[in-house]
Write a protein that binds this ligand. Sequence first.
Ligand SMILES: Cc1cc2nc3c(=O)[nH]c(=O)nc-3n(C[C@H](O)[C@H](O)[C@H](O)COP(=O)(O)O)c2cc1C
Length: 209
Amino acid sequence: MPTTESLVELAKGRHSIYKLGKESPVPDSKIEELVNQAILSVPSAFNTQSTRLVVLLHKEHEKLWDIAADSFKPLIESGTLPEETFKNQTQPKLQGFRNAVGTILFYEDPAHVKPFQEKFPTYKDQFVPWTEHTNAMHQYFLWIGLESLGFGANLQHYNPLIDSAVAKEWDVPTDWRLIAQLVFGKPEAGAQEKPKKPVEERVKIYGRL
Ligand SMILES: Cc1cc2nc3c(=O)[nH]c(=O)nc-3n(C[C@H](O)[C@H](O)[C@H](O)COP(=O)(O)O)c2cc1C
């Protein structure tokens, strides 16, 4: 029987972990099971099921972060990003992600949203924001799910910079919209506890008995 305590424990234990290593606490099959469970159990507005997940492990994961590094080259060449900034800031960060076990790419497939917009014109403008909501739910499920397997993780947004190279490398349909990247690996340093704003300012409860 699942308990509230174990859910709260996972929620409290979730942090952005940036120092990640390549040693995996579980076989890859456990990651696959978790990802499949996310796709099957996370809800979507009107049950559109528009979220798509691409999981890159080990060498394929490393390739992703090499692609990300390469994606910065035109920005450096055009002078948009100073080479020093890339070398001192961007590159070490990307190398940190590369040192991990895997990355989950979160996509939305618009083909599964358009028919609903046509069928329910009253909600037409809500469907795209709702895709962001369901996508974020998948992200959170997998963030704490990976934590439950013994991984640490952090959430990144190198889209749209990496979109076309990634689509080409892994044969991702070009109309899928890349939303986020969740990097995970062996946690090698404790999380930094961040300050929390007071609960009383952020929650209102009426009608409490
Ligand atoms: C919607 C969203 C977007 C985020 N984007 C990034 C990001 O692009 N890069 C990053 O390093 N962290 C990103 N984060 C992580 C947040 O900065 C982090 O969760 C927040 O500061 C709280 O810290 P914690 O995760 O350790 O609790 C994002 C988090 C959320 C929920």
